[in-house]
Design a protein around this ligand. Sequence first.
Ligand code: SF4
Length: 213
Amino acid sequence: MTKQELALEIIDRLKKEYPDADCTLDYDQAWKLLVSVRLAAQCTDARVNVVVEKLYEKYPDVKALAAAPVEDIEAIVKPCGLGHSKARDISACMKVLEEKYDGNVPTTFDELLALPGVGRKSANLIMGDVFGKPAIVTDTHCIRLVNRMGLVDGIKDPKRVEMALWKLIPPEEGSDFCHRLVNHGREVCTARTKPYCEKCCLQDICVKNGVEE
Ligand code: SF4
């Protein structure tokens, strides 16, 4: 089986296993996903979803959050960890949205990438989830799983994994595929325990099936 064939088979099986492929960060407006994705670094999505409620209660739109004192944002987002740098990035990012984009989130990858605190992973997430465009989100689950499955060989650098996956994954499948990798990584192909290969829907095609790391 070529890597392309393997990728298509994995996409197919994960679709059946996880029919819903949604982002687990709650948001109803694009700018809120930008905030949440920054807060989600080294924090669980569940905790981010609770913390942002308090943040939006006090600062309900881009204009209000752009004008908020950084220390105040930091006090609210502290439970997500790395409070100071996250608050600084969120404040700077909201100021750019307000001043340069009239309070809106820009719609191209390069513009997103140029925003404070936004890396390739976040820019891809916004492109896929908010704008429905092709996207490959190389978070920790994605990188671990595609290496184990044999879609990439020993590549850990997020950008290199992303570039390798663009060659294997049909563009329109990328965003949902990455969400499903998160589901599979949390439930079956876990990081902190030995992966549960015996109950995995990919065990007969996965390179790593049962092999100790
Ligand atoms: S067979 Fe094992 S290593 Fe491979 S994807 Fe499934 S759980 Fe992960």
